[in-house]
Each structure stands twice: as structure tokens, then as C-alpha cells.
Design a protein around this ligand. Structure first.
Ligand code: ADP
Ligand code: MG
Length: 269
């Protein structure tokens, strides 16, 4: 498989002593280039922490993150900034647009900061697909939530990053706007070969993905390929942090990941 990003034995511990939280407890996962992967798991299972470590927005306590062949942990601050800017796109649940800038200015901001030229053909293509053509001069406050998130998607894609990470991008959207954002992410994979990793708790959103990785208590506990809403719902019914014991069907086997290791003994501290 052509891996665009991977984590190896990723551990992230917040706090110290009594207050220590093992947000990631040894996560190893590969993300395939040109594929759409969803990350699911209960609240507090480490999904956002994983996204932030993968996107070099946060540093793991131990373990390795590789993005596009680059070992992120070996990079200094300048190189990290460059990697985040050039190779990673990020879509947040809360949009995170700059309120004083127009939609167009928000979209090109990362490229402008980098002092690079915006690829106008690509910009127009992205804007066209997202249906933002007549909204480019508007400030975020003049846009609906769905429009704001589409602007955030355009911002994530305009630099043609190697990989886009999206943390519950549809969490604040109504179902119609969510469908537009998900449809766009899907299309960016199918039509442009973009690699997308998206956190969601919504089975119907996860069904847009090619593969789902399930987290629980900071570990990968299961995964599913070619998901459907029904199969995800079925999997979630059994979601008590234990891996699936049996495949739901023969063709798209739900593979149980070995989770038989002993509970954390503070590995990586
Ligand atoms: N900055 C932080 N400081 C302390 N604990 C944190 C911090 N961020 C996350 N955590 C804890 O780490 C665990 C995983 O959090 P998170 O990655 O946000 O989970 P998820 O996105 O799956 O809901 C939770 O127990 C959370 O409370
Ligand atoms: Mg989260």
C-alpha cells in the first residue's frame, strides 16, 4: 500500500502524576494515499489528539509520526511550520476562519503567508465544486455554518496538501450542509486523489469513507473497510471498547485488531 501518513507506537500523556491521562496509548496506524479514512470512537478515546499529532499541531510523548515520508519528530520548528503549511490541510469542527478576512482571503491565507502564488486554476476548480463563487467577498459572519465550513475545506485544499485531516468537520452542521461537506471530501479523493482522514461520531458520515479505524481508550481496537451506515451502527452497538469478536459478513470482514496486550504500564514515559 502507498502510505501517505503513519503513526508508530504513538503515546500522548497529558498531565503528571495523579492527573496523568494517557490520551494515546500506543497507536500504530497507516493511512493510504488517495483514500478516505474515518476515525471513530467514544468521546475521550483520543481521536483529536491523534489528528493533532499526525498534523504536527501537537507533539506526542513518544512514538513516530511520518507524513509523506518525513519523520515529523525529527523536524525543527521551521521545518515543522513548513510541513504544516505545505503538506497538511486541517479542517476543524469550529471552522476557525479569521473573522476580519473575506472568504477568498481566508482560503488563500496559508498560501499568502508562505509567500507563494495561488494556483488560480485549482482555486477556481475548488471554489466551483464547493459552490462558493458568489460568496468569496463575504466575511465569515455573513456566511452560514455550512458555507463557513466549505470555506475551511477550500482553505485546507488550496495548497494541494499531501493529506487533509478533518476533526468532526460536520459536527456543527445540519444534515444538508454536512452532506455537502462530506460529498466534497469524497470528491476530493475520487477526482483529485486527495488523501483524507476524518474524525466523526456520525455513522452516516463515516460511511462516506473507504475505511474506518476505531479507537477506544487511546488504542486502535478495530477497523472496517467499505463501511455502510448499517454496518457502522451495528459495530457501535457492540462498542464497549472491546474488539469485534466476529466478522459481520464474509466479503467485508470486520477485522479485529489484536488488543490482547496488557493494560498500560506507562509505556513510553
Ligand atoms: N490539553 C489537554 N490536557 C489534558 N488532557 C487532555 C488534553 N486534551 C485532551 N485531553 C484528554 O485526553 C483524552 C483524549 O482526548 P481527545 O483526543 O480530545 O478525545 P476525543 O477527540 O476522542 O474526544 C481525554 O481524556 C481528554 O480529556
Ligand atoms: Mg475530539
Amino acid at each position: 500500500m502507498d502510505t501517505v501518513a503513519s503513526a508508530w507506537e504513538l503515546v500522548k500523556i497529558y498531565g503528571k502524576g495523579e492527573a496523568e491521562v494517557h490520551a494515546l496509548d500506543g497507536v500504530s496506524v497507516d493511512f493510504e494515499r488517495g483514500r478516505f479514512t474515518a476515525i471513530m470512537g467514544p468521546s475521550g478515546s483520543g481521536k483529536s489528539t491523534l489528528m493533532h499529532c499526525m498534523a504536527a499541531l501537537d507533539k506526542p510523548t513518544s512514538g513516530t509520526v511520518v507524513v509523506d515520508g518525513t519523520d515529523v519528530s525529527r523536524l525543527g520548528d521551521r521545518a515543522l511550520t513548513k510541513l504544516r503549511r505545505d503538506r497538511v490541510g486541517f479542517v476543524f469542527q469550529a471552522f476557525n476562519l479569521v473573522p476580519t478576512l473575506t472568504a477568498a482571503e481566508n482560503i488563500t491565507l496559508p498560501v499568502d503567508i508562505a509567500g507563494r502564488r495561488v494556483d488560480r486554476t485549482w482555486f477556481d476548480q475548488v471554489i466551483g465544486i464547493l459552490g462558493l463563487g458568489d460568496r468569496l467577498g463575504h466575511k465569515p459572519s455573513e456566511l452560514s455554518g455550512g458555507q463557513q465550513q466549505r470555506v475551511a475545506c477550500a482553505r485546507a485544499l488550496v495548497s494541494r496538501p499531501s493529506i487533509v485531516f478533518a476533526d468532526e468537520p460536520t459536527g456543527n452542521l445540519d444534515s444538508r450542509s454536512a452532506g455537502e461537506v462530506l460529498g466534497f471530501l469524497r470528491r476530493s479523493v475520487d477526482d483529485f486523489g486527495q488523501s483524507v482522514v476524518m474524525v466523526t461520531h456520525d455513522p452516516s458520515a463515516a460511511a462516506y469513507a473507504d475505511r474506518i479505524v476505531f479507537l477506544a481508550d487511546g488504542r486502535v481496537v478495530d477497523e472496517m473497510t467499505e463501511p455502510t451506515t448499517e454496518r457502522v451502527l451495528d459495530r457501535m452497538k457492540r462498542f464497549d471498547g472491546t474488539p469485534a469478536r466476529h466478522a459481520t459478513d464474509a466479503t467485508h470482514a470486520t477485522r479485529a485488531i489484536d488488543d490482547s496486550r496488557p493494560a498500560s504500564t506507562g509505556a513510553g514515559v
